[in-house]
Write a protein that binds this ligand. Structure first.
Ligand SMILES: [Zn+2]
Length: 85
């Protein structure tokens, strides 16, 4: 019998499940959950976010990048850190 690596878990849209979540470009902690360590937006099929909220999420992440709250790429973030130190 094949060994199961991951327990099958039903994916759900976090924003539909909890209407109180403030999906906003200022909510960096939240947006960071939907961006991988290289600064890429994580695909909907992985996070389970619904189409409507993914659309909103993407635009808010892009807005946050413009405001320099999130980074565009990992290389950029290390360059910035080098400059500061
Ligand atoms: Zn949703």
């Amino acid at each position: 019998m094949a060994f199961r690596k991951f327990a099958p878990r039903k994916k759900f849209c976090r924003f539909c499940a909890n209407k109180d979540i403030d999906l906003n470009y200022k909510n960096i902690d939240l947006l960071n959950d939907f961006v991988n360590d290289r600064g890429k937006i994580i695909a909907r099929r992985i996070t389970g976010t619904c189409a409507k909220h993914q659309r909103k999420l993407t635009s808010e992440i892009k807005r946050a990048r413009q405001m320099a709250l999130l980074y565009y790429t990992a290389t950029h973030s290390t360059q910035v850190q080098k400059k500061i130190s």
